[in-house]
Design a protein around this ligand. Structure first.
Ligand SMILES: [Zn+2]
Length: 68
């Protein structure tokens, strides 16, 4: 874990802190660079990564069912 940092964030989101994973990935859909993710990406699924926008779209349109 990293040391404490001063967060410039006044919002209270129920007190749970989302960990972001930094990296250098690419969105499989629009090709946009992805520099951080809220989860640790599976190396086997790196070609299926989607940026935040595409991910949001997918969730709202709900065309596919993801089964793991
Ligand atoms: Zn995208």
């Amino acid at each position: 874990m990293q040391g404490k940092m001063a967060y410039d964030n006044n919002r209270q989101d129920g007190g749970f802190q989302r960990q972001m994973y930094k990296g250098d990935w690419k969105c499989a859909k629009c090709g946009a660079p992805i520099t951080e993710l809220p989860f640790d990406p599976d190396p086997a699924r790196l070609d299926q990564l989607q940026c935040r926008d595409c991910h949001k779209q997918r969730r709202s349109t709900f065309q596919h069912r993801d089964r793991y």
